[in-house]
Design a protein around this ligand. Structure first.
Ligand code: DTR
Length: 346
């Protein structure tokens, strides 16, 4: 039987206020009602996993401060794009900016250590490791900022128009990666092309690139499976994301709000990693196989060993380059491996 909607059963002047009441409960605190309104910029769509993290953080902050703080989010690069994110926050364009330190490994030299071929099993372990490392080492690359959240995607996979089952097939293949991923593609013999993720769908459609190396949820979240029919089953390196608030804006926040934001830091790493690993990536792979005949290409054991051997030297090179900048590269990597193993056991 067709269910009659509530409003058809009860006189409208009763329904109105009831719905209004319910709506007031349901909708987040309107900026006007909150004592504090924070603006939060992100360079990619709200529906992507970093975007879901941003909304979850905003909802939790409003809830745990009893509506004292409202967050106005600006996804899709509507306020700040990937390249200008952190400089924009420093200039006060937004209170918080969610960008990717992996897009600027020169600026985020220590954090780029997390994007080495260090064998993170998934985004949850990598994200929790990166949060702890950032808290413990307080890298000076974040000076002037308050680190609100850090997390990663799963290790990146080559997603391509043509199947790749051996390195020889990568020769001349134009593959896109984040800045920290470029040395991986160089080591494997591909032709790397660096660009922020939102620019990838057009670059694939127009043939500027033959594929990308990144987390696999993009096959659905950026509709890349419409063009890229093959994924090579070889996990490479993770890409880091960081939400940063200008330190001056942080210093003006009341202590009770600072306390809630500090609580949410480690929680965001775990929440985002689990959402990405357990829902986001799995759903995208199922969707891509069912709707776009995605094929997963395996490497032989010998070929996998050859790829491992090609990537290994990246670590020693990073240590030398990072120590030369006066940064605690060996200590960072030693602690990274300890935390990776600790969180992998949980
Ligand atoms: N890993 C990033 C790209 C990336 C993957 N998923 C998303 C979602 C939203 C923004 C960026 C990304 C990279 O390789 O650049």
């Amino acid at each position: 039987m067709k269910r009659r909607t509530f409003s058809k059963l009860v006189a409208p002047w009763i329904v109105g206020p009831f719905l209004a009441g319910a709506a007031a409960l349901a909708t987040p605190t309107p900026a006007s009602a909150a004592d504090i309104t924070l603006t939060y910029a992100f360079f990619a769509p709200a529906g992507t996993f970093p975007g879901r993290q941003m909304q979850h953080w905003a909802d939790e902050l409003a809830k745990r401060t009893n509506g004292k703080v409202a967050v106005k989010t600006f996804p899709g690069g509507t306020l700040l794009g990937a390249r200008e994110m952190y400089d924009g926050v420093a200039k006060g364009v937004a209170d918080i900016g969610l960008g990717s330190p992996s897009y600027d490994p020169g600026r985020f030299a220590l954090t780029s250590g997390a994007s080495l071929p260090v064998g993170f099993p998934n985004a949850t372990v990598a994200s929790r490791t990166l949060w702890e490392l950032t808290k413990e080492f307080q890298p000076k690359e974040y000076e002037g900022f308050k680190v609100i959240a850090v997390f990663t995607g799963e290790p990146g996979y080559i997603q391509s128009r043509k199947p790749v089952s051996e390195a020889g097939q990568l020769a001349g293949m134009k593959l896109r990666a984040a800045g920290t991923g470029v040395p991986v593609l160089q080591a494997l013999g591909a032709a790397p092309v660096g660009m922020p993720m939102p620019e990838v769908p057009q670059a694939v459609q127009t043939g500027v690139i033959d594929g990308t190396m990144t987390s696999r949820e993009v096959l659905q979240d950026f509709k890349l499976a419409e063009s890229l029919k093959y994924v090579t089953d070889y996990p490479t390196v993770v890409v880091s994301f960081a939400a940063l608030m200008d330190r001056k804006r942080w210093d003006r926040l009341p202590d009770d709000v600072k306390k809630v934001i500090d609580e949410l830091g480690p929680e965001m790493a775990t929440w985002t990693g689990r959402y990405h690993d357990k829902e986001n990536v799995e759903r995208a792979l199922d969707w891509s196989k069912k709707n776009h005949q995605l094929q997963v290409v395996s490497l032989s054991d010998d070929e996998r060993r050859r790829w491992d051997a090609r990537l290994e030297p990246m670590i020693a090179r990073w240590i030398d380059e990072t120590k030369a900048k006066g940064l605690p590269a060996e200590q960072y990597l030693k602690r990274l491996r300890e935390l990776r193993d600790q969180f992998s056991r949980q």
